[in-house]
Structure formats: structure tokens, C-alpha cells
Design a protein around this ligand. Structure first.
Ligand code: SF4
Length: 214
């Protein structure tokens, strides 16, 4: 039975992706091999408690919602994560896995819906991207770009076009909270007719941006 190091398990609304606005049970796993400059979950680098896979699944199912997200930190950094994702799927849930993009998504159950970050230059982590992940995406997966400036936008545009993401999966464009005016990014997207969905992190507009467990 896998043991997982878990930072927090909570019920909130999904703040991002095409699932935004729906009630969602979140499992935030501890640990991440990256150190993005604007990381908003640095508290998950080390802190957490060890729980059995069954205990994590039980707590998620107790919330009584049909959508779950396994996130971090970096969820793929723990060996037990693929089995956790499969167990949640077996429990009848739709399961999103939000990953930073540096580790292989091919280990996941094919029924899982991957939300894959492509790290842009301002994060300081773009050199850590595992590019073969982009060739493993399925149409139900989503690729997320978090932008802090024009250089990031041009990088995201290049990747969206080069990998034909509009056909391969869905592309999401977001802003690093407080780093750039959302309107500027939207205007760039409209000017370019960029085949991507703009999104804001809903939870940061509903609750204080640094609030945990939402
Ligand atoms: S991948 Fe995610 S959790 Fe890891 S440092 Fe970057 S933003 Fe933070």
C-alpha cells in the first residue's frame, strides 16, 4: 500500500482550467523539484503528513463531489501518485492532475486529465521542461502558460503554434497574479487570434490571494 506525503486535502471550487467554477476535492502533495520565481505554493515544498493511499481516497470521497484534482508541489514527484490517481478514478471521480511539466506524464492512468504547465522564461524554470510530454497529450488534457510579461507571451505563442496545441489538447493562458495587467494579455491574444483560452485564477478573486486551502 503506497504511502503519500500530503500537504493538504480540501474542498473548494476549481479556480482554473475548463473545469473552473465546479466544486472540486483537492489533494496537494508535498515536494517539488522546481523553484519557480512566482510560486504560490512554496509551503508545499516540505510540509506535510504521511497518509496511506486508502486514507487519502477516503477523505476525498467523503467530500461527496464528482471532481478531484491531484496537485502539489509536483504530484509526479511521489512514486505513489499514479496509483492514487487510478484509485480515485476507480472511485468514480473525474480526476485532474496538475503538473509542472518537468516529469513524465506517461506514468498516469490514461483516464486522468492532465493539466500540464509549460514554464515560461520569467519563472526561471523553462530549461527544466520535459518536452516529450507535449507529444503525450490527449484531447481531454490542457496545457497552461502563466505569464508575467511580453517575453513570456511570445514564448507561449511559439509553443502553442509549434506543437499545434489547439488540435492536440486545450491551451490555457493565465497571468502570474499581480505581475501583469490581464487586459494586456487579452489584447495580445486578440491581436494574434491566438487559439487559446484566457483564464484568471478564480479563487484568488474570491478569497485573499495568499489564502491556503481554497
Ligand atoms: S512547479 Fe508549481 S509547485 Fe513547483 S515551484 Fe513551480 S509553481 Fe511551485
Amino acid at each position: 500500500m503506497p504511502i503519500l506525503k500530503v500537504n493538504e486535502i480540501f474542498l473548494s471550487i476549481q479556480g482554473e482550467s475548463s473545469w473552473a467554477g465546479l466544486a472540486c476535492a483537492f489533494v496537494r502533495l508535498t515536494g517539488c523539484p522546481l523553484r519557480c520565481r512566482w510560486c504560490d505554493t512554496a509551503y508545499a515544498y516540505e510540509d506535510g503528513e504521511y497518509l496511506s493511499l486508502n486514507e487519502v481516497v477516503r477523505r476525498v470521497l467523503d467530500f461527496g463531489v464528482g471532481l478531484a484534482e491531484v496537485t502539489g508541489g509536483e504530484p509526479l514527484a511521489q512514486a505513489g501518485t499514479p496509483e492514487l490517481v487510478s484509485a480515485l478514478l476507480e472511485g468514480g471521480l473525474t480526476v485532474l492532475v496538475e503538473t509542472g511539466g518537468s516529469l513524465d506524464i506517461g506514468v498516469l492512468d490514461r483516464r486522468a486529465r492532465v493539466i500540464l504547465d509549460v514554464k515560461c522564461p520569467s519563472s526561471g524554470m523553462s530549461g527544466r521542461m520535459r518536452w516529450p510530454n507535449l507529444t503525450k497529450l490527449r484531447p481531454h488534457d490542457e496545457v497552461k502558460f502563466v505569464l508575467a510579461g511580453r517575453e513570456d507571451y511570445e514564448y507561449a505563442r511559439q509553443v502553442i503554434i509549434e506543437y499545434n496545441l489547439a488540435r492536440r489538447a486545450s491551451a490555457l493562458v493565465s497571468v502570474a497574479h499581480g505581475q501583469i495587467e490581464p487586459r494586456r494579455v487579452v489584447e495580445w491574444m486578440l491581436d494574434d487570434r491566438l487559439p487559446a483560452r484566457f483564464q484568471l485564477q478564480l479563487h484568488k478573486h474570491i478569497w485573499p490571494p495568499d489564502k491556503r486551502g481554497v
